[in-house]
Structures are given as structure tokens and as C-alpha cells.
Design a protein around this ligand. Structure first.
Ligand SMILES: Nc1ncnc2c1ncn2[C@@H]1O[C@H](COP(=O)(O)OP(=O)(O)OP(=O)(O)O)[C@@H](O)[C@H]1O
Ligand SMILES: [Mg+2]
Length: 263
């Protein structure tokens, strides 16, 4: 199994399941693979932050502070009060990150420099991005070994992936040669729609061996579990959301060199 890896969940299209995937991947890795995980919310919407139970009195800073304040170290802003994973939360000041980092030297490498000292403390660091290629997202991609891409099962979403791949390639060429696409998977799949079936084949054709076989079906339980501040694995063992995300993460785990006990 690969260790001490940083992975960004990224798609500049909104509402495709990035945050849902980050939350559940953190939980899956902790519960089933028993590895140590840090989640970083680097989205000004702070949705991942809202999905986890946090004791606000124990928060001393956010990913915004980490990116913008030279005196703040990653150790200072990691919240350790959660059972399954540690987390660096975010806040709405991140929405202005492009303006604030304007003119700062190495502005794309702030996160990379800041997490260098803590990568050794975690098996996996998972970063949840906003639906834009702003400087917070670019910082995440520059600091990452892998990018995992959820794609919603509709035509326009699939068209958008070409732009995303182009951006990832540029970041790899100019700033982070080790950045690799771990894979692409379909979310919010509705098997009653014939259209969706075609999209599955399109993704397979476009991404070849980067496409995961598992696709995440639409499932209302995935919407409900964050309200209870729970992952799907803690919330409902008998729903499609559990089955699909479990199977997806088995595939992800194999790509990371992890061992799986086949039943
Ligand atoms: N497979 C699914 N079935 C049904 N609802 C889902 C599924 N995946 C995610 N959702 C819901 O869809 C909405 C968008 O999901 P999510 O917040 O994970 O997307 P996102 O890509 O992080 O969005 P944003 O780009 O705004 O950050 C949420 O309400 C979430 O609960
Ligand atoms: Mg999100």
C-alpha cells in the first residue's frame, strides 16, 4: 500500500459529489483500511466542514489561515476531535483567495510548503475543493500526488472534463510533475435513464483504464447522512449509497496498492 500520499478530489463543475466523496472516502479508509487520514476542506462553502461534528471552541484556525498567514503551521489548524479522521476546516474567507494571494511569492505553493511537515503523520491526506479552478484548488493540485475526479452522469458534465484534464496537464507540466490522475468515476447515476447508460460507455471510452467500473447511483441516503454528521458507512448499511461507495473505494484502494481480502 502506498503511504503518505496527498489526494485532491476535483471537478470545477458544481454539485457533482466531491464533498460527498471526500467525507465517505475519509470514513472508508479509516473504518475498512484502518489507515490514518487527514481531510482538508479548501472550499469557501465549507460543506465538508459542515458534514463533520466539530467542537468550535477547539478550532484555532482554518485552511484560509494556513494559505495566507506565514506564522501559521499545519499543526496549528488540525482538528483532532473526530473519531475517524483529523480535519482542517475552511471558512468563507476562502472565496476571496485569488485576490488575497495576488502578488504573493509562490502563491500556488503555499499549501505544499505548509503540509510538507505533516505528510509523514498521515497515510492519506484528502482535499475537498470548490467548484472552480481558483488558487485554493490550484494549491491543492500542486500539493497532491493524485487527483480523483467525480463526473455527473450527464452530457454537459462530460464535456467539462476536457477542460479539467487540460488544467491538470498544465499544472503537471509547470508546477507538479508527480501529479497523477488516480481515476474518474460517475456519480448520481440513474439506471432508469437510457441516456445515462450511454454516458457510462462514453466515460469508459474517453478515460480508458482511468475510468472506474463502479458508478455511484442516485441515493437519497447520501443526502441524509451529512445532516446527522455521519458518513454513509455509519448511517445505513443497507442502501445503494453504501454499496456503491464501498465498491468504488475497493477499486481506489487497489489502485493505491492496497490489499483486498476477496470474499
Ligand atoms: N449519489 C448521490 N445521490 C443523491 N444525492 C447525492 C449523491 N451524491 C451527492 N448527492 C447530493 O448532491 C448534492 C451535491 O453533492 P456534493 O456537495 O457532494 O457535491 P460537490 O461537488 O461537493 O458540490 P460543490 O461543487 O458545490 O462543492 C448534495 O446535496 C449531496 O448530498
Ligand atoms: Mg463540495
Amino acid at each position: 500500500m502506498e503511504k503518505n500520499k496527498v489526494l485532491t478530489i476535483c471537478n470545477q463543475k458544481g454539485g457533482v459529489g466531491k464533498t460527498t466523496t471526500a467525507l465517505n472516502m475519509g470514513a472508508w479508509l479509516s473504518i475498512f483500511a484502518k489507515v490514518k487520514v487527514l481531510l482538508i476542506d479548501i472550499d469557501g462553502q465549507a460543506n465538508l466542514t459542515a458534514c463533520t461534528s466539530i467542537d468550535n471552541s477547539k478550532i484555532s484556525g482554518t485552511s484560509f489561515d494556513l494559505l495566507t498567514n506565514d506564522n501559521i503551521k499545519a499543526e496549528d489548524v488540525i482538528y483532532k476531535g473526530n473519531d475517524l479522521f483529523d480535519i482542517i476546516i475552511s471558512d468563507e474567507r476562502l472565496n476571496n483567495i485569488d485576490l488575497i494571494l495576488n502578488g504573493v511569492m509562490d502563491r500556488e505553493r503555499q499549501l505544499l510548503y505548509k503540509i510538507e511537515s505533516i505528510v509523514k503523520d498521515y497515510d492519506y491526506i484528502i482535499i475537498d475543493c470548490s467548484p472552480s479552478l481558483n488558487l485554493a484548488t490550484i494549491n491543492s493540485l500542486v500539493a497532491s500526488d493524485y487527483v480523483l475526479i467525480p463526473v455527473q452522469s450527464d452530457y454537459l458534465s462530460i464535456r467539462g472534463t476536457a477542460k479539467l484534464l487540460d488544467s491538470i496537464n498544465k499544472i503537471r507540466e509547470r508546477m507538479n510533475p508527480k501529479l497523477d490522475i488516480l481515476g474518474v468515476f460517475i456519480t448520481m447515476y440513474d439506471n432508469r435513464k437510457i441516456n445515462d447508460k450511454n454516458i457510462y460507455f462514453t466515460i469508459k471510452e474517453q478515460f480508458k483504464d482511468k475510468a472506474f467500473d463502479t458508478f455511484i447511483r442516485e441515493n437519497v441516503r447520501l443526502k441524509e447522512s451529512p445532516i446527522e454528521k455521519k458518513s454513509i458507512f455509519e448511517y445505513d448499511k443497507n442502501c445503494n449509497g453504501y454499496v456503491d461507495y464501498y465498491n468504488l473505494f475497493i477499486e481506489v484502494w487497489k489502485r493505491l496498492g492496497g490489499k483486498v481480502n476477496e470474499k
